[in-house]
Design a protein around this ligand. Sequence first.
Ligand SMILES: [Zn+2]
Ligand SMILES: [Zn+2]
Ligand SMILES: [Zn+2]
Ligand SMILES: [Zn+2]
Ligand SMILES: [Zn+2]
Length: 383
Amino acid sequence: MEESLAPVENSSEDVLSMVDVLKEENDLEEEANAVLGDSDDQNCTYPKGYVPRQALYACATCDPENLAGVCLACSLECHEGHELFELYTKRNFRCDCGNSKFSGKKCKLCPEKEETNPKNQYNQNFKGLYCTCHRPYPDPEDEVEDEMIQCVICEDWYHGRHLGVAPLPSCDNYSEVVCSDCMKKHTFLWAYALQSQETKTLVTEEANSEVDVEGISPEKTGNKVEDNSDKETNKKSQNEENCLLVNLQKGKVDINESGAFWKDGWRKKLCKCANCMAMYKDSCLEFLVDEADTVHNYEQRGRNKTASSQYEKGMRALSSMNRVQQVEVLHGFNDLKSELTDYLKKFAENGKVVREEDIREFFSGMEARKRQRATDPIPFMCK
Ligand SMILES: [Zn+2]
Ligand SMILES: [Zn+2]
Ligand SMILES: [Zn+2]
Ligand SMILES: [Zn+2]
Ligand SMILES: [Zn+2]
């Protein structure tokens, strides 16, 4: 601030950049928060139970032996300065911070926890290892530059070159990946992974239901049809005719050893008939047909939340200034921001340096504008 107190000639560049900085800071914050998504940086998520998706960390300082994961707020509050493995996001996890895995070290944010969280699933990532090659990331011994891609099923991370697909499709061409182990475990997915010539196992968008249904028999598909009544049988075979998976499996299904790359919207195309839904449940894959489960969705929620948290921050800042009253708060932080930006631009255009008193003047000027608005007959929008 000191620098700006002295008048500087021809300083339009500096001042312009100040306006830019305001804007840039916003953009950066927005991106950073999208990665942290919906995760709460203030409160331990334990009371929320098994959170559908959240940012998680493993602490190598507190917990060198056990596998344990802590939430974002705990990583900041209870494990500050510790050696943390960033696990990015995982689904259906309950914060372990301070439970029996932490040998007596209590959580500062939420000390009352059960001994363990039996439904949590842990993989090698909690020990700081990734991929089929079980290496740390970043890996000091790995000289190949390679991106890490997360499997949407097991949520482990894989080197692009270790997914068994070459050449890798460009990232514009797929939205999610299932690793080779998971494809092996859930072979039914290969029926959806129609082969395309150019890029093996890149799933085409045309995985639709227009498949010849002739000759589908219940024995062939392994589905049981009970002979309770004709009506019941009809209903069941109807179900099978409508089962996209059964239809797809009638065609030629190539089962590979590789992972599979999936295009945007592939989950929507998974069959949701009663048989398939039961199968997802048995295989713990129900999340696949849950739109809200995708990382994309999670990040979008983060972006939305960021927008509102900036708004809240602005409101807090405003209300701490005595001159600014509730009605101005309702007018919105965005209004204030654009007004302030416009105000600062004038300085930039005139090559003037912004001083503290100018900012003060801006806020007292707001009082006048507020009174003006109060007489304005047009109802204002809150956003
Ligand atoms: Zn926590
Ligand atoms: Zn720790
Ligand atoms: Zn904690
Ligand atoms: Zn690898
Ligand atoms: Zn996997």
